[in-house]
Design a protein around this ligand. Sequence first.
Ligand code: M6P
Ligand code: ZN
Length: 190
Amino acid sequence: MKTQQIIEPSLLFAGACLSGEKVKTSRKTLAGLTGIFEDTQAYAALASDTPVYEVFSFLPADPPLPGALNFGITKLFPGKVGREYFMTRGHFHARIDCGEYYWGLEGEGVLLLMDGRRVTRGERMFPGSLHYIPGGVAHRVANTGSKPLAFAACWPSDAGHDYDAISSHGFSARVMEIDETLQLVESCTE
Ligand code: M6P
Ligand code: ZN
């Protein structure tokens, strides 16, 4: 009888933590999010080194390979710039046909999804929520709670990130607290 050794996995995904030798970490502070929040005065008044989110990712193919899948966990801290909740930068995929899954692990928030005609909708995120993001749809997450919001993501390794359209025009709606209520506010200027 021929036997083989059963080995330990090279990655661990426990709770909202991703660990493993090949896991990369990137951190985003307010300084790296210039221009995305509506209230520029409130933005300027906050410390630029305020942490906003961290991404732990496993990118199996370097360089990217069609068919390979990336995996990541984003931890988005609670906070607001003026009345607008802390959020990720948001992006379209460079390869516009590529989709992505997001799913909620901890905390609560809103996933903003904006199509190519700049029509935006918001989906509530919470532990167990699952979100399919079709190709051609920009995506951004806002933390609307008082604790960190963690979500997982899986996307094609060759999808790429296109931040340009978002840098120039933003999303057509913002996740804000108005009169102590969570609101998705449509922007008329963008
Ligand atoms: C998820 C994935 C990543 C993305 C990250 C942060 O983990 O979609 O590809 O980089 O969120 O989002 P953004 O790049 O928009 O800041
Ligand atoms: Zn994406």
